[in-house]
Write a protein that binds this ligand. Structure first.
Ligand code: ZN
Ligand code: ZN
Ligand code: ZN
Length: 391
């Protein structure tokens, strides 16, 4: 198990890094037939500019990207000083608007609405990509200001925008993964029996923060029958001897995500519990071994699912095998049947098969992984997959 120094620092991303990301986004958008891209506050804006408003309010903040044009960040005047401090601000033009003015009228001319036509006979004006989390009221305002345009989800139009990580991003994801691994190593030492799930969840959160996370996104503690519900977070149930306990936790460290799951047992497990745990381990390994550059994401899902289905537990694996991770802990691409996007070196995602036996127990094992340039694969979580016995 690799260990990291929780105070480890990284060279911050530079203005040039953000300039390159924005240029690449604008080019990919043009390549996808979009006249431009509108990016609302959220993970896409953080990735492209490093700017995260302290609060997301009803006032319009939007980054406008179009090929061959300077990026422009439209911001409320009162937030402009903060935006100007963002690491990517020197690579864009700030346009601020004061209360009472129409921010949509300010934004509309920044887009080339006479761009490539779409639809039958070229009717319908230009298509613009907009981030998935933009507020409907802003989209409606823009539609009114640019009546001859249509809008598409940025995730759908540019699924690879944030998917492939460069070496600096991979180092951060590795550090986040190593910190989550350290948290797991420590949680095995705490008492489980007789304590509430929420108590163990609080321990996990404190450990993630102690190992350098700036933000904890989730600390799932699913004991006994609660483990059979993959959406269960942590509740008042008192953990008992004999319980299987699903531990799924993660958050952000240095701006990049961790997400790992191990399933432990309080005291000695039964033969059936061991068998199901072994099966999920085997499925996780099969999913991992399916990862290589060029393979479709759905093949990773199929490889893990086949192991569980062949053992007769197919109906108890009730979710996709994995999801992307980056500046958020859950994002595209998804390891799911029907996803034909190829795995690319630097793409980071989870492999997290599970078996859920309603009313009884659940088992899930999850690592963050990536495909490597040499045609192989790498895990960012390296704690043992064997079922740990806790007290
Ligand atoms: Zn048991
Ligand atoms: Zn997870
Ligand atoms: Zn996950």
């Amino acid at each position: 198990m690799s260990s990291t120094d929780p105070t480890e620092e990284f060279v911050p991303f530079t203005t040039d890094d953000y300039r390159a990301r924005m240029a690449r986004a604008a080019e990919s958008a043009a390549g996808a037939g979009l006249a431009g891209v509108l990016v609302a506050p959220g993970p896409d804006l953080v990735y492209l500019t490093g700017y995260q408003p302290t609060a997301i309010t009803e006032r319009l903040t939007v980054l406008v990207l179009a090929a061959g044009r300077e990026p422009v960040l439209v911001v409320p005047t009162l937030e402009a000083p903060d935006a100007a401090k963002a690491p990517g601000a020197a690579a864009l033009t700030l346009r601020d608007w004061t209360d009472g003015k129409d921010p949509y009228a300010l934004t509309a001319p920044l887009l080339d609405a006479s761009g490539p036509p779409h639809g039958p006979e070229g009717a319908g004006g230009s298509r613009i990509g907009i981030s998935d989390n933009a507020w409907a009221m802003h989209l409606l305002g823009l539609q009114k200001a640019l009546p001859d345009t249509s809008y598409v989800s940025l995730t759908e139009a540019l699924p690879m925008l944030r998917a492939v990580k460069d070496a600096h991003e991979l180092a951060r994801i590795a550090a986040a993964g190593a910190a989550a691994d350290q948290a797991y190593g420590e949680i095995l030492k705490v008492r489980f029996a007789g304590r509430k799930e929420t108590d163990v969840a609080a321990d996990l959160a404190a450990l993630l923060l102690g190992f350098g996370h700036s933000q904890v996104d989730f600390t799932v503690v699913g004991s006994g029958p609660n483990g059979a519900n993959p959406h269960h977070e942590a509740g008042d149930r008192v953990i008992e001897r004999g319980d299987m306990v699903v531990l799924d936790f993660g958050g952000l460290k240095h701006g990049y995500g961790s997400d790992t799951t191990r399933t432990v047992h309080v005291g000695e497990p039964t033969d059936e519990e061991r068998r199901v745990h072994d099966l999920v381990r085997e499925a996780q390994q099969a999913g991992f071994e399916a990862v290589r550059p060029g393979v479709a994401c759905q093949e990773v899902d199929r490889a893990a699912r086949k192991v569980i289905a062949d053992a007769g537990y197919g109906e108890h694996f009730i979710h996709r095998t994995g999801h992307g991770i980056g500046v958020t802990t859950h994002e595209p691409p998804y390891m799911i049947e029907g996803e034909e996007l190829p795995v690319v070196p630097g793409m980071c995602f989870s492999i997290e098969p599970g078996v859920y036996l309603p009313g009884r127990f659940g088992v899930r094992i999850e690592d963050i992984v990536t495909a490597t340039e040499d045609g192989g694969r790498r895990r960012f979580n390296n704690t043992p997959h064997e079922m740990a016995i806790v007290e």
